[in-house]
Design a protein around this ligand. Structure first.
Ligand SMILES: O=C(O)Cc1cc(O)ccc1O
Ligand SMILES: [Fe+2]
Length: 434
């Protein structure tokens, strides 16, 4: 177990974890005895089909004060700027797009109220594709809890720390770390050191998993042992509460007369987890040429086509650049996969101006892009000494499905309508000589 931010965690990606907040709460040797210790209710929680292959099967057993169905009926509620694929509100133009950060809310805003959807693809009802949201909050969720039936939620904090109180226990997450909350897990979010902002990839598809390592071997990239899971922590609170469910793109609310975070003990491999991106063991060229960014994949949600991701979560972390006789920034490219990027801190090597922390960019399927003109000039003439890239942490949600920006994203005042200008200085140098 790892002690961090005063919270205790269990370690190991996808392990069969077990944890109990009260001694002896976990049944021994079986999952559902006739009567559970402490008179708890037993409830299985599955995020893959019962019959999914053992290697990809995800489920946990929870032991709780009440089963989850001890609740009121769902009624529709306003979903604000929270949208879901398929987006039908606007066409999807092929243009490169970039945005400044969305401003922090001025009024009291909790995690639910501050959610804004920037883009989405696939179809949540088919459990394919992703939603891309920005979260912003300056106050805790008070007596309200959320879960998405549409997808697993990958949080990429950009500003401020948050405490995620979940059915499975508590996780504290700060910029530079990520948090993954499986589809269906009930949770609340509390900002712990001022306003919070970050990105969310709502993954409608197969749960995120670690990519294969191939010839790299048994170690490297994101190592399994660095993923942290919460220990059981339950609330025995009888009070009026609101449970909000995102289902098929709509929000529904139900009333509860108790806290839904009432799991006293759990065992299994489907649970929230966090990961510190600085633990990523970067593997890159030590000879020449700029490899494909798939070398920086932290987590992947595979689609049904081998090697073609529903979504890859890719980071561009601090690292040494040593490639010789090489144009070191990303090459110019056109890619069948669609690329949505964000910046957690510092500067990104392909864009030294305009792509700022909290900002976003979208380069859709087959849309050309690459370094801005100023970066091309500089990198083409640079002395190729070993160089350490520091103060940088960009990331990309890369998906096989075209990523449609929402009407809000296309029309919002923080869209940079002059984004294309950063390439306008690309001159023709060709004059027939070698
Ligand atoms: O477009 C981008 O900036 C992301 C990216 C980075 C890289 O190093 C190679 C390919 C790629 O799409
Ligand atoms: Fe790209």
């Amino acid at each position: 177990m790892v002690q961090q931010n005063e919270l205790t965690y269990l370690t190991g990606f996808n392990n069969e974890h077990e944890t109990e907040a009260l001694e002896g709460a976990l049944p021994v040797g079986q999952f559902n005895p006739q009567r559970c210790p402490y008179n708890l209710y037993c409830e299985q929680f599955s995020t893959t089909a019962f019959t999914a292959p053992r290697a990809s099967n995800r489920r946990s057993w929870t032991y709780r004060l009440r089963p989850s169905i001890a609740m009121g009926d769902f009624t529709p509620m306003d979903k604000g700027h929270l949208l879901t694929a398929p987006l039908t509100d606007t066409p999807c133009p092929p243009n490169v797009m970039r945005w400044d950060p969305i401003a922090m809310p001025e009024q009291k805003t909790d995690f639910i109220d501050g959610l804004v959807t920037m883009a989405a693809n696939g179809d949540a009802r088919m459990q394919q594709g992703i939603g891309i949201h920005v979260y912003r909050a300056n106050s805790p969720m008070e007596k309200r809890f959320f879960y998405s039936s549409d997808g697993e939620m990958l949080f990429v904090p950009q500003q401020g720390s948050l405490l995620a109180k979940t059915e499975f226990g508590h996780l504290s997450v700060s910029p530079g770390e990520i948090l993954v909350i499986p589809r269906g897990v009930k949770f609340s979010v509390t900002p712990t050191d001022g306003p919070i902002r970050g990105y969310i990839c709502e993954n409608y598809g197969t749960p995120l998993q670690l990519p294969e390592r191939g010839p790299v071997g048994a170690n490297g990239y994101a190592n399994d042992r660095d993923f942290q899971y919460p220990v059981a922590a339950f609330e025995d609170i009888d009070d009026d509460m609101q449970l909000i469910n995102k289902f098929c793109g709509e929000l529904y609310q139900a009333t509860l007369d108790h806290s839904p975070l009432d799991v006293v003990a759990w065992t299994g491999n489907s649970a929230p987890y966090k990961y510190d991106l600085s633990r990523f063991n970067v593997i890159n060229s030590v000879s020449f040429d700029h490899p494909d960014p798939s070398i920086f994949t932290v987590l992947t949600s595979p689609s049904e086509t081998e090697g073609v991701a529903n979504v890859d979560f890719v980071i561009f972390p601090p690292r040494w650049m040593v490639a010789e006789n090489t144009f070191r920034p990303p090459w110019y490219h056109r890619n069948i996969m669609s690329e949505f990027m964000g910046l957690i801190e510092g500067t990104y090597d392909a864009k030294e101006a305009g792509f700022v922390p909290g900002g976003m960019s979208l380069h859709n399927s087959m849309t050309p892009h690459g370094p801005e003109a100023a970066v091309f000039e500089k990198a083409s003439a640079a002395e190729l000494e070993p160089q350490k890239y520091e103060n940088t942490m960009a990331f990309m949600f890369e998906s096989r499905y075209v990523i449609a920006p929402t009407r809000y994203a296309q029309n919002s005042s923080h869209r940079q309508h002059d984004y294309l200008d950063c390439w306008q200085g690309l001159k023709k140098y060709y004059d027939g000589t070698r």
